[in-house]
Design a protein around this ligand. Sequence first.
Ligand SMILES: CSC[C@H]1O[C@H](OP(=O)(O)O)[C@H](O)[C@@H]1O
Ligand SMILES: Nc1ncnc2[nH]cnc12
Length: 370
Amino acid sequence: MTAVFVAAIAGLAPLDVIASLANAGTLCAFVAVAACVLVLRRRDPAARRPFRTPLAWVVAPLAILGCCYLFTSLQVVTQIAFLDRVSGWHIGIIGGSGLYDVAGIEDGRWVEVATPWGPPSDAIFTGRVGAARVSFLPRHGRGHRISPDALNARANIDALKRLGVTDVLAVSSVGSLVEERPPGSFTIVDQFIDRTKGRVSSFFGTGCVAHVSMADPVCPRLSALVADAAGEGVDRGGTYLAMEGPQFSTRAESLLYRQWGCHVIGMTAMPEAKLAREAELPYALVGMVTDYDCWREDEAAVDVTQVLAQLSANAAKARSMVLALLRGLPAERAASPIDTCLDAAIITAKGARDPALVAKLDAVAGRALA
Ligand SMILES: CSC[C@H]1O[C@H](OP(=O)(O)O)[C@H](O)[C@@H]1O
Ligand SMILES: Nc1ncnc2[nH]cnc12
């Protein structure tokens, strides 16, 4: 039984993951052995001892301390994977303008995660709510340091995946393009039109080409769960126009997006949603409406003061929504088709792949490239 279990892990998991988990396991085994030496000295002082252990009361505690120290020097990602009691859910939350922290996370701590794509926007606050693990990343960094056009979305998604996140809930401030979605309302986005320019929008490229489907760009399961958690004032479904920014739109653009049938507008969900799909992460987006952009005749156009005035009310509602979502998750996470979407997307033959790019893809596509 053990052999079958170990063979299955060895055959399916990436080598570096196995190596680091083996390190963690070995250190724990050493701690157990050292503790047992002391327990046996107490319980059975007369036992026959074919191996000599000089100065056991010094050596064993030192061994325990040394192994604990070595454990803390393993990558945080490894420690979390090893110690986790899992329900299967690990929700990554990307907090947009106004949402720089979330409430109610137990055993939380900020961890720095390095990625092959550069640094993410900030450290990630990781902890748990009940049986679910949760990791929170402020999209623009704490203090809102990073402009939407300069976000390193690849690093942000990679870092969440590297930490073991299974599903991503993104929260964004948006302008409304329709009368019926006033400031204060939330839209559970289900479609996008991408008008961003020149942003790096794929983990893949020459040396390892992949074409994931974006026909249905959000995860219906997570979107439904978050819509239920949000309560009143929620519109289920809506098209998000992703603009380049950082300037707001012209009136002509705003009117054009209305004609295109868009419901809300923002500057950050693309390429984030595309990258989440490439990393096989089910993604849902809640747009918190702060303003009516600039399409309404005889009304002042959106500005940051107006957005900020609405933000704190929206953020309080978003915090309750996130907590309700985490507390209401089904006990076990059933597999999603998005978990394995790269199986039908990678086109470059094994022998033709660029090893350097494949190495960079270890976290986001390690499963599919193994
Ligand atoms: C502060 S208004 C413009 C700013 O707010 C939105 O950010 P996020 O999507 O991260 O909430 C919008 O996309 C712009 O970046
Ligand atoms: N009107 C707007 N346009 C783009 N991004 C926004 N974020 C909040 N309001 C916005």
